[in-house]
Design a protein around this ligand. Structure first.
Ligand code: AMP
Length: 493
């Protein structure tokens, strides 16, 4: 989901708008549905820290909701709150935003009363034609209540000429472009859906006591003791009700799905299993590949915590150089990435990381981090490690250079702010103040993911942030005009 800046309802596709990662959970068939959903959201907290919400479905068919800004623990630690969310089904959402509007009305799940009853939806991802759709919907008389792109799902379902909820949802999904993992709830069922290329993750689990769980990642299943059943497949809709799980395939199976490669590198929790492989193992393999590709003589391998840790372990093991925690992270300050101004962001890095001098002084240090976005973190960390007495500081990055913005739900600044969009590796090394800088190659990254390399004709992942190869059209980016658009046509299926 993405917010438009408050200033204009048309700005959804603005280049500098906040993109959001998010976490979604859904539970069907448990008397503790809301509590389990809250636990799932706790496990998915890394996917969004700005706001959290849960909607539950009570046995008599009423929906109950509780949403708030802040962490899951800030909003769902009170027994009275959970007691106010009765029922055997619930869904929840963690929201991640950078700048832009943080109004409560944008906090998900979104809920609407339709002719067929109540409907709640939670969305992880980013639609690439939300601007265009919203303009057409508003012309048609739809009254938007929020500035998040996810609200187009609600209006497309509302105006659909199909009669069943499922047909209306399919009708809506056929009109949106972009990346989405959706969890939705109506009176008769819990629904999960992934976009046709499967850019964002969604997994299905089963509770031992009966009932099913949908979660962005398997760590959301583990925390509630649910067994992993399978990934929801790209383009698949799963319908979960008291009869069990049914699979609906409104889209042709993609010849080549495009799961987000950055989930492996940075975003997913290391204990999650993604596409059958533990993310932790994958990150270690990426680190080992990085060591093979750009090894350098050194005394110690130091991760930039926490995101660089597994890759640094893999690097150190492959290079045969000791791994040490030469930087200590303070876990009680927020992510520096989300701070609004460069000045505060710089200060944030110092707040967040400090040098562990005894592990660094007099040593040739290799720092390992997952990515360089603006370069702010790297520059500060390199300087800090030098000040702590390192004789050489080499930076190694477990992703290729981030040269392009993500429009599919990972938070990246506009392209002009990406260090690698403007500078080559040698210049970047000079800017961050490192003695040398090395990124894993794109082919090396694919090799670490068990592929022979990147097949340019049919890449196995969405790697647009490293290649600019945008597999889903960026319609909002191409449509900056205010020219009148035809009214929305309801698609015939
Ligand atoms: P920067 O300081 O702008 O170069 O950002 C790089 C740092 O931000 C790295 O240490 C990453 O771990 C982290 N990072 C990369 N991508 C994201 C993201 N989408 N959200 C939050 N943090 C990120």
């Amino acid at each position: 989901m993405t917010d438009a800046p408050a200033a204009s309802q048309w700005d959804i596709g603005d280049d500098d708008h906040p993109h959001e990662e998010c976490g979604v959970v859904g539970v069907w068939g448990s008397p503790d549905a809301a509590a389990l959903t809250a636990l799932g959201l706790h496990a998915l907290q890394h996917r969004g820290q700005e706001a959290a919400g849960i909607v539950s479905l009570a046995p008599q068919g009423q929906f109950h909701a509780h949403k708030g800004r802040g962490l899951v623990g800030d909003n769902f630690s009170n027994a009275a709150v959970i007691a106010g969310l009765p029922g055997h089904a619930a869904l929840g959402h963690n929201r991640y935003a950078t700048t832009g509007e943080t109004a409560l009305r944008n906090v998900q799940p979104l809920y609407a009363d339709f002719e067929f009853g109540g409907f709640a939806v939670a969305h992880n991802g980013n639609l690439t034609n939300a601007h265009v759709l919203k303009r057409a919907l508003v012309r048609r008389g739809c009254l938007f209540q929020s500035t998040t792109d996810s609200e187009v799902f609600i209006h497309l379902i509302a105006i659909s000429l199909y009669s069943t909820v499922m047909d209306r949802l399919i009708d809506a999904l056929k009109q949106v472009q972009g990346a989405y993992s959706l969890v939705a709830l109506h009176n008769g069922a819990l629904i999960g859906a992934r976009d046709p290329l499967g850019v964002r993750p969604l997994v299905l689990g089963k509770l031992a006591a009966g009932g099913f769980v949908l979660s962005s990642e398997t760590c959301g299943l583990d925390i509630v003791g649910a067994d992993f059943v399978r990934d929801v497949e790209p383009g698949e809709i799963v319908l979960i009700d008291d009869a069990g799980v049914r699979s609906i395939r409104p889209f042709a199976r993609p010849a080549s799905p495009r799961f987000c490669i950055f989930e492996y590198i940075y975003f997913a929790r290391p204990d999650s299993i993604v596409e059958g492989t533990p993310v932790y193992d994958t990150r270690k393999r990426i680190g080992a590949e990085l060591a093979r590709e750009s090894g350098v003589a050194a005394d110690v391998i130091v991760p930039v915590p926490d995101s660089g840790v597994p890759a640094a372990m893999g690097y150190a093991a492959e290079a045969g150089i000791p791994f040490e925690l030469g930087i200590i992270r303070n876990h009680y300050v927020g992510r520096t990435f989300i701070e609004p101004t460069d000045q505060i962001r710089n200060l944030g890095v110092k707040l967040k990381h400090s040098a562990n001098r005894s592990m660094i002084e007099g040593k040739r240090v290799v720092l390992v981090d997952d990515s360089i976005v603006r370069g702010t973190t790297s520059r500060k960390i390199v300087e800090m490690v030098r000040q702590a007495g390192a004789t050489e500081v080499h930076m190694r990055i477990s992703s290729p250079p981030t040269t392009h913005s993500c429009f599919y739900g990972i938070d990246t600044p506009e392209r002009s702010k990406l260090l690698a969009a403007k500078h080559d590796v040698a210049e970047m090394a000079r800017i961050i103040g490192a003695d040398s800088l090395g990124f894993i190659s794109l082919d090396g990254l694919y090799r670490a993911l068990g592929r022979p390399g990147r097949d340019a004709a049919a890449p196995a992942y969405c790697d647009a942030c490293f290649t600019g190869d945008y597999a889903i059209p960026l319609l909002d980016q191409q449509d900056n005009s205010e020219r009148p658009l035809p009214l929305l046509q309801v698609a015939n299926r």
